[in-house]
Design a protein around this ligand. Structure first.
Ligand SMILES: Nc1ncnc2c1ncn2[C@@H]1O[C@H](COP(=O)(O)OP(=O)(O)OP(=O)(O)O)[C@@H](O)[C@H]1O
Length: 283
């Protein structure tokens, strides 16, 4: 339904997206990449906010700029969502209804539905400035789904949230995901594992991987070792120490390494193992 074709974007002479090709359907996608990889730029191009130098974005085979359906179906939570401080949650949602040209007679229902999807119905008359960071982020998701948006972009929705709010975020995505395409940009691999079936990894403006989370986990098959710290030096060839942990006073390393080793490999690599194997070139 949404296609990114040969997309390139530069800021002045600095090229930050290089010939990106991607295909999206009604699923939840995680967009992973280091700081500066180009995630926000890609999302802004895909929402139509930025004009790419090359390539096109098609919604049901029509360029997004010429597609009234795209504008109608679009929902977007930008990285910094902190405006409307003096408005109540209801007033903010009403304002977004106006921008989205939602019929006045339907606004009430739409607002109640969106706020209950993110568990904020009891805060409807609170001012935005009195809400916690997690609640503001959920309010951001609520405004993105207003009017039953079918194509939703969430730029770093879980940044700075505590574990409880991140778990709540996962529930929110599960509540709203049906019949929608949702793209979630994040640095937090666990959040992608918890919420998304599909994952896209970009590095320096190029697509390194696109596929299912399971496929990315498989990139770490027979490459992950949970071993005592002193055994790390016995790993043959190139290695990357992903994590250091302590179990009953003993220090352990989670090591990514290529080739056969003298230790048993982890049977069930995580998405983070797969992601790190990919970006560290342990493939
Ligand atoms: N308005 C701009 N003008 C010039 N360069 C920019 C601009 N916005 C972003 N960049 C550069 O483009 C590159 C990609 O930035 P972008 O914000 O898209 O990456 P990101 O993956 O979203 O990063 P982060 O995870 O830190 O938010 C970076 O090198 C950044 O410095």
């Amino acid at each position: 339904m949404l296609t990114v074709k040969n997309l390139s974007k530069s800021y002045g002479r600095k090229k930050v997206l290089h010939s990106i090709d991607l295909e999206f359907d009604n699923h939840v996608y995680g967009l992973l990449g280091a700081n500066g990889a180009g995630k926000t730029t890609l999302i802004r191009c895909m929402t139509g906010l930025y004009e790419p130098q090359q390539g096109e974005i098609l919604y049901h085979s029509q360029p997004i700029k010429k597609s009234p359906a795209f504008l109608h179906d679009l929902g977007y939570l930008p990285q910094a969502f902190g405006m409307f401080q003096e408005l109540t949650l209801y007033e903010m949602m009403e304002y977004i209804c106006c921008l989205k040209k939602i019929d006045k007679s339907q606004c009430n229902n739409e607002i109640e539905h969106a706020l209950s999807s993110v568990n904020l119905e009891d805060k409807i008359h609170e001012r935005i400035k009195t809400l916690s960071g997690g609640m503001v982020r959920r309010a951001g998701i609520a405004q993105a789904i207003l009017g039953f948006s079918k194509v939703i972009f969430l730029d770093e929705p879980t940044a700075g949230l505590d574990p409880g709010e991140r778990a709540r975020f996962k529930n929110t995505i599960n509540t709203i995901k049906n019949d929608r395409m949702i793209l979630i940009s994040t640095h937090i691999v666990e959040d992608v594992d918890a919420c998304c079936q599909n994952v896209i990894v970009i590095e320096e403006g190029r697509v390194l991987f696109q596929g299912t989370c399971e496929q990315l986990k498989q990139a770490a098959t027979q490459k992950v070792y949970q071993i005592k710290a002193e055994d790390s030096d016995n790993i043959i060839g190139e290695k990357f120490i992903l994590k250091v942990s302590e179990v009953e006073g003993e220090i352990y390393h989670r090591v990514l390494a290529q080739g056969k080793q003298n230790y048993p490999y982890e049977k069930n690599p995580t998405l983070e193992d797969g992601y790190m194997c990919l970006v560290k070139g342990i493939a």
